[in-house]
Each structure stands twice: as structure tokens, then as C-alpha cells.
Write a protein that binds this ligand. Sequence first.
Ligand SMILES: [Zn+2]
Length: 88
Amino acid sequence: MNLFDLAGNGGGAAAAPGTVCSRKACRAAAEWQLLWNNPKIHTPERRKIWLACGEHRAWLEDYLQTRGLWKETAALGTVPLDPSGRIG
Ligand SMILES: [Zn+2]
């Protein structure tokens, strides 16, 4: 349970653009950034970044780890954001 759920999804005022959780349909403010790399399509030093709220951090980590893509999870703000690194 988190406070943003209680506020509803109408305004989207809870989080600034670019800092919203990457989980589909989630509008919560992100607290974590998940760094990942797909060796089939990215160079080894490339890092894609997904954002995760506290509720979805484990879900997104598991998604990436299952596919062998996960590299690191860091607190939001510690790594520069890649605006394209989101779930489509
Ligand atoms: Zn979320």
C-alpha cells in the first residue's frame, strides 16, 4: 500500500515527468532506478534504466534477472536518467 494509490491516478501530480515508475499503468513516484543491459542488442557498457516505485522494485528486478539483463539497482538520482529506458 502506498499513499499515491490513495490519491488516485487522476491528476498525476504525485510525480514529476521522468520520475514515474516504469511498471505498466503505475503512476507512483519512482524511488529506484534499475540498470540493465541486453547483450544481444546493447554494447556491454551500455546501461538502460527503468524506474521503480517501492512497490514494484522487486517485480521489475525479478523481470530483468529472469532474463539475465539486470545489472544494478540504485537509489533514484544517483545515476543520470536515460529518458528512453522505459517499458514501452
Ligand atoms: Zn510502481
